[in-house]
Ligand binder design. Structure first.
Ligand code: SF4
Ligand code: SF4
Length: 288
């Protein structure tokens, strides 16, 4: 079971939901923080880190002594990451998507694969909870390959909770694709509703069942609930504004530690998600 926790925009409480759900479920659960540009789940989980690995991606390195300046590498590159200019071949490694196309077409075998560091992955634990997060190298723009690498450590026999980046761009898609369920965390404000609609659109394209958690649910207005009702998106949990929760968040404390009664609510949230995943599976089989 892979549950991706996303939100159309930052600051809605996505990490609060991801970390508290993971800790409530406890043993046999993995929490993967895929918000690689700004990972912060560890600030609440306080894992004991056990190891770290650098993640690299392949980039072209041109041997100018073999190159005949034919320009075929530049023609195939969709990202303008390699070009022939005058009597030299320039490669812009930050633009490279590591497709290998230029190496394939080079008639002189003048391009070999070098490596560019994308970032690093750290592995840790909080008792029986496995924690993994990626951290993108400063200045690196290619988040999706690092996210895919973090996701590659998901075990099929575990419940995997993914803390996705905010927004609806490529890194978010990389964090949601292949999940069994997307839990969208939002707030009942016009901005929240606007960004939620974008997120729901992205989830719809991926064909993944989804549900909502409304944070600060006693603020704002009812338009969010009306939208959810009209779209048939179930509201699975509401978290009202609570000063004690907000203060504990700023201290890096978990909601379920400050208000232990919430553990039961997060366990019920998981049961609702399991039911929805089962229903979606049955509907899918009937349609086949
Ligand atoms: S590996 Fe692909 S993306 Fe990178 S420079 Fe070559 S053709 Fe372009
Ligand atoms: S395809 Fe190979 S030989 Fe042709 S310009 Fe590129 S590196 Fe040089």
């Amino acid at each position: 079971m892979i549950i991706s926790i996303a939100s159309g925009k930052g600051g809605t409480g996505k990490t609060t939901v991801a970390t508290n759900l993971a800790v409530s479920l406890g043993d046999g659960v993995q929490l993967l923080d895929c918000d690689v540009e700004e990972p912060n789940a560890h600030l609440f989980i306080h894992p004991v880190f056990e190891k770290k690995e650098v993640v690299s991606t392949g980039v072209p390195e041109v041997d100018e002594t073999k190159c005949n300046l034919c320009g075929k590498c530049g023609e195939i590159c969709q990202f303008k990451a390699i070009v022939v200019i005058g009597k030299t071949v320039l490669s812009f490694q930050e633009l490279c998507h590591s497709c290998g196309g230029c190496m394939e077409v080079c008639p002189e075998h003048a391009i070999r694969e070098g490596q560019r560091a994308l970032g690093e992955i750290e592995f840790g634990r909080r008792n029986g909870l496995e924690f993994i997060h990626g951290r993108l190298r400063v200045g690196e723009a290619m988040a999706p390959p690092l996210i895919r690498k973090v996701r590659s450590f998901a075990h099929a026999d575990k419940v995997t909770i993914i803390d996705a980046p905010p927004g609806t761009s490529c890194p978010v898609i990389a964090s949601m694709k292949g999940a069994d369920f997307v839990l969208l965390v939002t707030e009942p404000t016009p901005f929240g509703l606007h960004d939620l609609k974008l997120a729901v659109g992205a989830v719809g394209i991926l064909g993944i069942p989804c549900g909502l958690v409304i944070n600060r649910s006693d603020m704002g207005d009812d338009r969010l609930r009306e939208y959810a009702g009209a779209e048939g998106i179930p509201i699975l949990m509401e978290i009202p504004f609570d000063r004690k929760i907000a203060e504990s968040y700023s201290r890096g404390e978990l909601l379920v530690d400050v208000r232990p009664e919430w553990k039961e609510k997060f366990l019920r949230l998981y049961e609702k998600i399991k039911d929805l995943v089962r229903e979606a599976g049955e509907t899918g089989r009937e349609e086949q």
